[in-house]
Ligand binder design. Structure first.
Ligand SMILES: [Zn+2]
Length: 82
């Protein structure tokens, strides 16, 4: 049984299905040509990839904060204030 992992290029977001044997290695993205890491199974995660995951998480949080501030500035609410 050949187990497959999903690797995501952190530069352009393209997803690849890679063999499990490629876990922890670096791959070159076919779309943007940048080098990205194939994630290890979590029980073997290394520092480099852990850092990468934290960066992604921070980006997600920022996206959510933007969504909230936009919702608070809806035209309807604005009118009621004046
Ligand atoms: Zn890419």
């Amino acid at each position: 049984m050949q187990e497959r992992l999903t690797a995501v290029c952190r530069f352009c977001g393209r997803q690849y299905r890679v063999p499990r044997s490629a876990a922890g290695r670096r791959a070159r993205c076919r779309d943007c040509g940048e080098i990205f890491h194939v994630p290890m199974p979590t029980y073997q995660i290394d520092d480099t990839i852990a850092q990468w995951l934290l960066e992604d998480q921070a980006r997600e949080t920022r996206k959510q904060e933007t969504g909230v501030s936009q919702a608070m500035c809806e035209p309807g609410e604005y009118d009621q204030m004046y």
